[in-house]
Design a protein around this ligand. Structure first.
Ligand code: PLP
Length: 219
């Protein structure tokens, strides 16, 4: 079941700041996605490859599918034919594999660099040093990838000040690297903010929020 009222109010809210809503439909049935689709929603986020592949086959072809989970290299091939944006590009090796599969599909795949901003060890992503290293390598070999922004997940914490500082960190890293011009890298999106912290994320410069439970109910 989707919450139409909440959806409409979030859409109104996001319009004011030109923020993209990615509706996170993981674990939810295709019928819920169809219900949001009927309201005009086109960007949906999933974080399990098999679930995404099954839903993509079933649902309208103009849906823009965002892969927001941790992506294993050996699974890139399954989503490469259709994925709209990969949010969790978190290593050079993964970028190489995405590039390889994109070449096979004769397409260019847009990716966000996932940045490790939380304290928790369990969250994936580049740290500052790894990011520097990445940008010192020759990215022009990744002909079929476009780096279009950054993504981060804040700590799972009640302490909103802590969360705010983590968002600030992502924004400042984004600003630093958005200024760099290399051929297949034009950072313009910051994917940060979920059901519990999206308002704060927008205040801190997010341009893309990933919202699940507020729209679809708890999982
Ligand atoms: C599940 C998930 C979300 C959505 O979380 P909610 O709290 O349900 O809004 C956002 N981003 C990622 C990476 C997720 O895995």
């Amino acid at each position: 079941m989707i919450n139409t009222e909440v959806y409409n109010s979030i859409i109104e809210e996001l319009k004011l700041t030109n923020t993209t809503l990615v509706a996170v439909s993981k674990t939810k049935p295709a019928t819920d996605i169809e219900a949001l689709y009927a309201l005009g929603q086109r960007d949906f986020g999933e974080n399990y490859v098999q679930e995404l592949v099954e839903k993509q086959a079933l649902l309208p072809k103009d849906i823009r599918w965002h892969f927001i989970g941790h992506l294993q290299s050996n699974k890139v091939k399954y989503i490469a034919p259709f994925v709209h944006l990969i949010h969790g590009a978190d290593s050079f090796n993964l970028l190489k594999e995405i590039n390889k599969q994109a070449i096979k599909q004769n397409r260019v795949i847009d990716c966000l660099l996932q940045i490790h901003i939380a304290d928790e060890e369990t969250k994936f992503g580049f740290d500052e040093q790894e990011l520097e290293q990445l940008f010192s390598t020759d990215l022009s070999t990744l002909t079929n990838i476009r780096l279009v922004g950054m993504m981060g997940m804040a700590s799972f914490s009640e302490d909103m000040n802590k969360v705010k500082n983590e968002f600030k960190k992502l924004k400042s890293l984004f600003d630093k690297y958005a200024a760099i011009t290399i051929p297949n890298c034009q950072l313009s999106f910051i994917s940060m903010g979920m059901s519990g912290d999206y308002k704060l994320a927008i205040q801190q410069g997010s341009t893309m929020v990933r919202i699940g439970s507020l729209l679809f109910g708890s999982r």
